[in-house]
Design a protein around this ligand. Sequence first.
Ligand SMILES: NC(=O)c1ccc[n+]([C@@H]2O[C@H](COP(=O)([O-])OP(=O)(O)OC[C@H]3O[C@@H](n4cnc5c(N)ncnc54)[C@H](O)[C@@H]3O)[C@@H](O)[C@H]2O)c1
Ligand SMILES: N[C@H](CO)Cc1c[nH]c[nH+]1
Ligand SMILES: [Zn+2]
Length: 425
Amino acid sequence: MQIIKNESIDQIKTRIRQQTSKTIDPIVASRVENIIATVREKGDAALKAYAQEFDGVTLNELKVSAAQIDLAVKNVAPEVIKALEKAAANIRSFHQLEIQQAFEDSPRPGVIRGTKITPLSAVGIYVPGGTAAYPSSVLMNALPAKIAGVQHIIMVTPPQKEGLNDAVLAAARIAGIDSIYQVGGAQAIAALAYGTESIPQVDKITGPGNAYVATAKRAVYGQVAIDMIAGPSEIGILADDSARAKDIAADLLSQAEHDKNARAILITNSEKLAQAVSDEVNVQLKTLPREDIARDAIDNNGFIYLVETIDDMIDLMNAVAPEHLEIQLENAYDYIDKIQNAGSVFLGKYASEPLGDYLAGPNHILPTGGTARFSSALGVWDFQKRIQYLSYSQDALLDDADDVTVLAREEGLAGHARAIEVRQS
Ligand SMILES: NC(=O)c1ccc[n+]([C@@H]2O[C@H](COP(=O)([O-])OP(=O)(O)OC[C@H]3O[C@@H](n4cnc5c(N)ncnc54)[C@H](O)[C@@H]3O)[C@@H](O)[C@H]2O)c1
Ligand SMILES: N[C@H](CO)Cc1c[nH]c[nH+]1
Ligand SMILES: [Zn+2]
C-alpha cells in the first residue's frame, strides 16, 4: 500500500477529493444509459439478451419458481441456515428500533396538526451476485422493508451459470420474500424503475452493487426513489500504536476483496504501524482466494496516510467519509462523538468490520464514494413515508385568516387569499 507522508492536511484533503470523484466513471455512465434505454424499449427480451451477454446465462424464465426456492432451502447446510437465522434475528431486533412514530399536536383549540406514517407500496431490492453471492444482503435489504410493512417486495439478483445460489434463496425464504427475478446489473435497475412484461415497476429501489448498479440507480432517480449510492465497498481505519498491524491488514483486505474498485484507507500517527501494515497487507494478500480482485483494489485505492495528531486523523477521515470506519485507538468508544461522516462505525479492536457485514444487527447496506456526508445506512425509515395533515375549526380559521391573506397578497397570489376570504363570511 502506498504510504503518504510529509504532506499537509490540505494537500491530503485534495488527494481525497480527487480519489472520491473517481467513483463516477464516464465510460460506465454511458454504458448504463444505453442499457436503460434498451430495457425501456425491449423489456424482457433485453433482460434475457443481457443475461447472455454479461452473465453467460440463457434464460427462459426470469422469475424464480416456488419449487426452485424449496429445493435450494433443502440444499443449504444446517449450520448456514442456523447462522442466517441468528443474523436475521439480530437484524430484526436492531431495526425494530428504527420504526418511525406518528405524531399529532393541537397548538390551540380547533387546530390539529399531525404526521402519519405509511409503508411504501412496492420496492425493488437488489442483491448483488456478479463475483460473489450475497445471502447476507438479502437479509439486510428485505428485513427492514418487512418491518416497515411494505406489501410488494421484488428481489432481483444476477443469473448464475450453475443456477442461483442456494443460500441466497434460503435467505429470501427466511426473510419472507417469494417474488424473485434473475436479472442483475444496470438492466435490473432499469426493469424495476420502468417495469417490463414480467417485472413490476416499483416505487423505490434499494440495495448495493458494483459500479454499474450504483450508476444505474443514480440515473433512474426521479423516476423512482433510491436509498443511496451503495457502490463498491470501502473501509477507513483510524489507528495508533496500540493497534496490531495484523488485525488492520486483515480488515483492510476484508473490504478490498469485494471489488477491484473497493477502497481501503488507513490513517495513523505511527510511522512504525504504517510500515508494518503495508508489509502485512502484502503477506496476507497472497493467501486470499480472491487475491487478484483485492490486489487491484489495494493498488488503485489503497492508501496509508501518516499525520501528526489524532485530531488530524479524525479531521481527514471525516473528509474521506468512508462506508465503514474502524477506530482502533486506545479508548476507541470515546471518539464516536467526533465522527461526522461515516456509513457505520466499528469501535475498538474486537469490533471487526465483518461482524457488521453478517451478524451483529446494524445494516451493511451503506453509502460509498464520499456520500456518507449526506446519506445514512439502509433502515426501516427508507421504506416508510410521512404524510402530514391538518384540521381547522371555523373559529380557528377566522383567527388566522387575516395573516394568511396578508402573506398571500404579499406573494401576489390573490387566488390563495380568496380561498380563505370566501370562508370568512
Ligand atoms: N455499499 C454497500 O452497502 C455494499 C454491500 C454489499 C456489497 N457491495 C458491493 O457490491 C458489489 C457487488 O459486485 P458484483 O460485481 O459482485 O455484483 P453486482 O450484482 O453488483 O454486479 C454484477 C452485474 O454487473 C453487470 N456488469 C458487470 N460487468 C459489466 C460490464 N462490463 N458492462 C455492463 N454490465 C456489467 C452484470 O449485469 C452483472 O450481472 C461490490 O462492489 C461490493 O463491494 C456494497
Ligand atoms: N462489506 C459489504 C458492504 O460493503 C457487505 C458484505 C456482504 N458480505 C460480505 N460483506
Ligand atoms: Zn464485506
